[in-house]
Design a protein around this ligand. Structure first.
Ligand code: ZN
Length: 308
């Protein structure tokens, strides 16, 4: 667990880059790229948030680095999804940025769906200590993949930023509404593109796409593993191969964080197409454009793999 001595914490505070003594806008840290992107859009023209998980690491299994601790220590405000996604931040926020976190899963207007656990989404074994991220008793934490949740998160961020920085309040609110209108248009465009593919079934590596499916009337046939930190075993792979044959599954998706070799084994001897879903957008450039680009990239990947 992340526990720093007071002396180390002070040192990190001094070393933290770019922290002016009397900052005009709050020093904001965001956990993952989509959250960072929404914050960047809301703060545009007033400040820029820092991104905590910069690389391709999965937020489910992220390990804090000293530089992350320094960022949290210097932050006025930390945007994250919540303990169901970035478990590593729960203790880190307590130790380094108590009272400065905004867990967006709890924000007003968020539509939350429970983790899928039945049948094809079942884990091959139940190890709840190590499967916190996809615990069947918790809500699904991949909330950003619904545009409606993107709008709710933007408004929640604008509200919290305004409380810290009243001078910027009208700018934050206007930026949030501008992003929301853009997401309205994007949602309509993606819905029109994916509508003809609603009866096509697909398999995902880990069950991260429920919000996207819910928003656009799609439906996954199965996920390979509930626990993204663990590869599915031979029994699970055999089950998925059988399910692909029985349901006429059109496509199976890997993710950048997970090995694509397994898909070769699963797809062997079948007509199933292979695609890639980058649900966190690790292959897209961080910044205010990242979130709309992520939703579009998801739609592109779905359309390419599900089309006949
Ligand atoms: Zn996940």
């Amino acid at each position: 667990m992340m526990r720093l001595t007071h002396r180390l914490a002070c040192l990190l505070l001094i070393l933290a880059p770019g922290r002016a003594v009397a900052a005009e806008s709050p020093n904001v840290v965001a956990s993952i790229r989509p959250i960072h992107a929404i914050a960047a859009a809301v703060m545009e023209g007033r400040g820029e948030p820092a991104l905590l998980i910069e690389g391709a690491a999965s937020p489910h299994a992220y390990q804090m680095r000293p530089a992350d601790a320094a960022r949290l220590e210097a932050a006025d405000l930390v945007f994250w999804v919540g303990p169901a996604l970035e478990l590593f931040l729960t203790d880190a926020l307590d130790a380094l940025a108590a009272g400065k976190g905004l867990a967006l899963m709890d924000a007003e207007g968020m539509r939350l769906l429970p983790n899928r656990v039945a049948g094809p989404f079942a884990a091959e074994d139940h190890d709840h200590d190590h499967d916190h991220s996809h615990d069947p008793l918790e809500m699904d934490s991949h909330v950003w993949l619904a545009p409606a949740n993107g709008r709710a998160m933007a408004r929640a961020m604008a509200g919290r930023l305004a409380a810290l920085d009243p001078e910027g309040a009208s700018l934050y609110a206007a930026n949030a509404e501008r992003l929301a209108r853009r997401l309205d248009a994007l949602e309509a465009e993606i819905a029109a593109r994916l509508a003809p593919l609603r009866d096509r079934r697909f398999v995902v590596f880990h069950d991260a796409t429920q919000y996207f499916e819910d928003a656009f009337g799609l439906e996954a046939a199965a996920s390979l593993t509930l626990n993204p930190a663990r590869q599915p075993g031979a029994k699970r792979v055999a089950e998925i191969r059988r399910l692909i044959a029985e349901t006429g599954t059109a496509c199976i998706f890997s993710e950048p964080q997970f090995p694509p070799r397994l898909l070769d084994v699963i797809a062997e001897g079948s007509e199933v197409k292979r695609g890639m879903l980058d649900v966190v957008g690790v292959e897209l450039t961080p910044g205010p454009e990242h979130y709309p680009q992520l939703l579009l990239a998801m739609a592109d990947a779905m359309q390419a793999c599900l089309s006949e």
